[in-house]
Design a protein around this ligand. Structure first.
Ligand code: TXA
Ligand code: MG
Length: 332
């Protein structure tokens, strides 16, 4: 298949429309990560998403909308908590899980009675969804089990020749996938932490929320899979800069790097990959996936990683790092 790369959605709209009408897939940038989209009423295209990603069939997809009006065709109920959250955080990096209408096809929701919906704020994603006048279901654009694609170059490398269209955009602002929140229960349940943080949600709703992403029983089908798994083994070192430096002095293996903040990387005895300054946890979060991909390409065998504070975006950052390590943490 010849993949067409498009920058300006409006001038190339006929090509996009044709591709979508012919069961095609389109990769587009969002503020979190790039997505790989199919029309929500096109079962053949939806199945193709699972095929090109190598994604397990029982892991449901997120539906992306551009207008609040599109919600009523997808869900049976809009709880009061959801209305508040949508008013405050949509468009933006927050996905809400609702009770679904029967019109939402099973291929998207993996036969669950619920559907996950988000309204991205990225201008190219918005333009695309608005002119298509139809929602797109889209998981992150990555081969299953690899870090999500956050730059054009990454998604082009993984999907050139496998999808009809790739929309070329800037690197995703946030660099980690959206927060996923189940609003079908009260209190609402946090299924995946993201840039809309637990604090943001609790402050708005005025109540404590439940977080289920760290429990043993996966409440969201995607959670039972090891996501974000790089080639090498990731080991999290949880301790002060001094303790981390002392621990790494004892390491004799060859193919080893340390991935952490500028502050922690300084003066270490092993090769270092800095994610940025501790003063800017957002930038550190944004650099995580590209750095893991780089270390993959270099076939680094052991990646020691810094443990970051859990406040703000830190909870999402540590969730992804923890998953990439298969929950391997050394407390120093
Ligand atoms: O930021 C994002 O959310 C990106 C961009 C492209 O929008 N998309 C994304 O999709 O990360 P994906 O498929 O990689 O992750 C979707 C997550 C999965 O963990 C899936 O199990 C969960 O959302 N999910 C989808 N539908 C669900 C449902 N009905 N109930 C519970 N979890 C659901
Ligand atoms: Mg994903």
């Amino acid at each position: 298949m010849k993949t067409i790369v498009i920058k300006d959605i409006k001038t190339e709209f006929d090509r996009i429309k044709n591709a979508i009408a012919n069961h095609g897939l389109i990769i587009f940038p969002t503020e979190t990560v790039y997505g790989i989209g199919a029309a929500i009423d096109d079962e053949r295209a939806v199945r193709q998403i699972f095929a090109v990603k190598g994604r397990p069939q029982d892991n449901p997809l997120i539906v992306h909308i551009a207008e609040f009006d599109q919600l009523k065709d997808l869900v049976t109920e809009i709880p009061a908590s959801a209305t508040k959250l949508m008013q405050k955080f949509w468009p933006g990096p927050l996905t809400l899980v609702f009770k679904k209408k029967p019109t939402v096809i099973d291929a998207i929701t993996a036969r669950l009675p619920t559907v996950a919906i988000r309204m991205p704020r990225h201008p190219q994603a918005q333009t695309l969804l608005k002119i298509l006048k139809k929602p797109l279901c889209a998981p992150s654009a990555n081969i299953s089990g690899k870090p999500s694609g956050t730059t054009f170059d990454e998604v082009f490398k993984d999907f050139d020749g496998k999808v009809d269209i790739i929309v070329r955009g800037e690197p995703s602002d946030i660099g980690l996938e959206s927060t996923v929140l189940d609003v079908t229960s009260s209190p609402v349940k946090l299924l995946r932490p993201g840039a809309i943080t637990r604090e943001h949600i609790e402050n708005l709703l005025g109540e404590k929320i439940k977080a289920t992403f760290s429990s043993d029983v996966p409440p969201s089908p995607g959670m039972k899979y090891t996501h974000y798994k790089p080639y090498g083994k990731v080991i999290i070192l949880d301790g002060t800069k001094e303790k981390v430096a002392a621990y790494l002095k004892t390491i004799r293996e060859k193919s080893v790097v340390f991935m952490g903040s500028n502050e922690y990387c300084e003066g270490l005895t092993v090769s270092t990959y800095s994610l940025g300054s501790m003063k800017n946890l957002d930038a550190i979060a944004k650099n995580l996936y590209p750095t893991l991909r780089r270390l993959d390409e270099l076939r680094i065998e052991t990646i020691y990683a810094q443990a970051f504070p859990l406040n703000g975006i830190g909870e999402a950052l540590m969730n992804r790092l923890d998953k990439s390590s298969g929950h391997t943490v050394i407390k120093l």
